[in-house]
Design a protein around this ligand. Structure first.
Ligand code: SF4
Length: 213
C-alpha cells in the first residue's frame, strides 16, 4: 500500500509539522537516563502530569538504580500510587532498577536490544530513551502516533511493530525521533481520538481521512 504518493505526502507532513512546531516539547520531567526510564514505565495508563508529580518525590528518596533496587515495595507503592496500577508499577520499577544494577553497573544501556530486556520496558519506552537520552534514531509508537499515522494513510496496522515497519520506510532514519514527537504532538492537539479537528487541521490537504464540511 505504500507508494510514491504516500512517500511524497509523508515528506510534506514532516515539513508542515516541523515548521509549525519548531521546538520539540518535553512532556516528562527528568534529569538523566535513569529517571527518564523510570518515568516512562510509570507513564502507562496515566498522564504525564501525574507522572511528573509522583516522580519528584520518588527520585528525592531513591535517586539512582542502587537505592531503588533496595527499596521496600510498600514505600514504592505509596510513592507511585497516584499514577494508577501502583502495585504492578512499584514492582516493575524496582525490577528495572535491579536489572540495571546487575547487568549494566547501574547505567542505562544505549541499544534497543538491551533496553527491551529491562522489566517493564517495551519498544516504545526503549525508543523514548534512545532518542531523548542518546540522540539515536527511534520511532516511538504510542497511541497518538498510531492513530494519526493510520488516519494519514501511512499504515493500516493496529499492531505497533507492524505499524512501525510501515512508517519507518516513509521517513529518513535521522528524523524518526523528531517525527515521532511531531506526530504525537499533532495527535494531542488536533487529531484527537474522538473528535479530530479536521476543519482547522494543518495536515488537511495531505490527509485521506479528513472530514469535509
Ligand atoms: S485532517 Fe483530520 S484526520 Fe487528518 S490529520 Fe488532520 S485532524 Fe487528523
Amino acid at each position: 500500500m505504500l507508494n510514491d504518493s504516500c512517500i511524497a505526502r509523508a515528506g510534506k507532513v514532516l515539513e508542515i509539522l516541523s515548521a509549525a512546531y519548531p521546538v520539540l516539547p518535553e512532556f516528562l520531567e527528568y534529569r538523566n537516563g535513569f529517571e527518564l526510564l523510570i518515568c516512562v514505565i510509570l507513564s502507562a495508563q496515566t498522564t504525564d502530569l501525574q507522572v511528573n508529580k509522583a516522580s519528584k518525590a520518588l527520585f528525592a528518596r531513591f535517586p539512582d538504580p542502587f537505592s531503588l533496587a533496595k527499596a521496600e515495595l510498600a514505600d514504592l507503592e505509596e510513592l507511585v500510587k497516584s499514577t494508577g496500577y501502583f502495585r504492578i508499577k512499584a514492582s516493575r520499577i524496582r525490577e528495572a532498577a535491579k536489572h540495571l544494577v546487575v547487568h549494566h553497573l547501574g547505567k542505562v544501556p544505549a541499544t534497543m536490544e538491551e533496553l527491551v530486556k529491562i522489566p517493564g520496558v517495551g519498544r516504545k519506552s526503549a525508543g523514548v530513551v534512545l532518542f531523548h537520552v542518546f540522540g539515536k534514531p527511534a520511532l516511538i509508537v504510542d497511541t497518538h502516533f498510531g492513530r494519526v499515522c493510520r488516519r494519514l494513510g501511512f499504515s493500516t496496522h493496529n499492531d505497533p511493530e507492524k505499524l512501525e515497519q510501515d512508517v519507518a520506510k516513509l521517513f529518513p532514519v535521522n528524523r524518526w525521533g523528531e517525527m515521532s514527537m511531531l506526530i504525537n504532538l499533532h495527535g494531542r492537539k488536533a487529531c484527537l481520538a474522538r473528535k479530530p479537528q479536521c476543519l482547522s487541521c494543518m495536515l488537511r490537504t495531505q490527509c485521506p481521512s479528513r472530514s469535509d464540511p
